[in-house]
Write a protein that binds this ligand. Structure first.
Ligand code: 2RA
Length: 335
């Protein structure tokens, strides 16, 4: 088994290295690729130094079985053919192929079987805000069909990559030192602020980030349930939080939903209001599971449940989900 990482110098690329090592992913060799700028750099993997190879068109992926790619949609589109032409399965973290009918969009806890049908040898990793939400929606859908979802997100700087985290750190320092604040990556100053704007605005006045939660949920869960999202960037380093309202066809009690969450693979429940215990991004950062809490009946509707959901954006929202797809392929003889 030979695995490649494409875009190894980015925040998700670096997390691929950590997650593959942490989970002792079964492989004989790991090859790491990056841009011309990253080529020649070295990164440690399980005590060995690996050197970044420049991503080029050619036959470098000839013996690769699985390629984990996270170098942006443009790079994914340009190199998909190079990566897959000899049979490598490309698990792509970008938005390049998510909405293509012949590319499965997979969250292993929700729709692992979709990975089997991949005519182009590409499997897409969903957007981070969608991944953590559908892990929590699935056990609800298993009990009563979901009719509608409303969600407000509180997304960490890490969603904008390593530069996003660096910009937040720099702004925090500048604010403390009373200096003018540098703004590059985000539309406005993020430190001491929140920004109700992630990705571009679309014709319907939602942002693309918000519509991704609608489109991707339908594709992953094979549902026609509509999702209305408001996506907000907050000055937190690396875990996304979401307030979620779910309307189901039949009534569900908060207790039954909490039990279903507890029993569901990939979810951890922290829900003890009496002790001020609920998931928070500071404590979920670096964790594998999606955390849920504040589970309660919606006072406006007996057929609705509302809860709070936090997931590490770089881990479950990106690198870990992709590696779990790879693990599923291995475990099911798909590779
Ligand atoms: C963000 N969802 O948080 C994006 C990253 N994929 O900006």
């Amino acid at each position: 088994m030979k695995v490649a990482i494409v875009g190894v110098s980015g925040a998700v690329g670096q997390e691929f290295l950590k997650v593959l090592a942490e989970r002792d992913f079964p492989m004989d060799e790991l090859v790491i690729f990056g841009s011309a700028r990253s080529a020649g750099k070295t990164y440690e993997f399980k005590g060995k130094q690996l050197t970044v190879k420049e991503l080029k068109h050619g036959d470098d992926f000839k013996d690769i079985d699985i390629a984990l790619t996270s170098a942006g949609a443009g790079v994914s589109k340009e190199y998909a053919e190079t990566i897959t032409k000899h049979g490598a399965i490309m698990i792509d973290n970008s938005s390049a192929f998510r909405y293509d009918d012949d590319v499965p969009l997979v969250v292993p806890e929700v729709n692992p079987e979709d990975s089997k049908v991949r005519p182009r040898n590409i499997i897409a990793n969903p957007n981070c805000s969608t991944i953590q939400m559908v892990v929590a929606l699935k056990p609800i859908e298993n009990m009563s069909k979901i009719k509608r979802v409303r969600v407000a997100t509180y997304q960490a700087a890490s969603g904008a990559g390593a530069q996003g985290i660096a910009e937040l750190e720099q702004q925090n320092k500048e604010v403390v030192e009373g200096k003018p604040v540098t703004v590059n990556k985000f539309a406005h100053q993020l430190a001491m602020n929140i920004i109700p704007h992630i990705d571009v605005f679309l014709d319907n006045d939602y942002t693309k980030e918000e519509m991704k939660m609608n489109w991707e949920t339908k594709k992953i869960m094979h549902t026609d349930a509509e999702v209305s999202a408001t996506c907000v960037r907050i000055p937190v380093a690396r875990a996304h939080s979401e307030a979620i309202w779910v309307e189901t066809e039949g009534p569900l009690s908060a207790g039954a939903v909490a039990k279903a969450f507890e029993e569901f693979e990939g979810l951890t429940v922290i829900d003890n209001p009496a002790k001020n215990e609920y998931p928070m991004p500071l404590f979920v950062s670096g964790k594998d599971d999606v955390y849920v809490g504040r589970i309660r009946q919606d006072v406006t509707d007996p057929n609705s449940i509302t809860f709070w959901c936090v997931g590490d954006q770089i881990k479950k929202g990106a690198a870990l989900n992709a590696v779990q797809i790879a693990e599923w392929l291995v475990a099911n003889g798909e590779v």
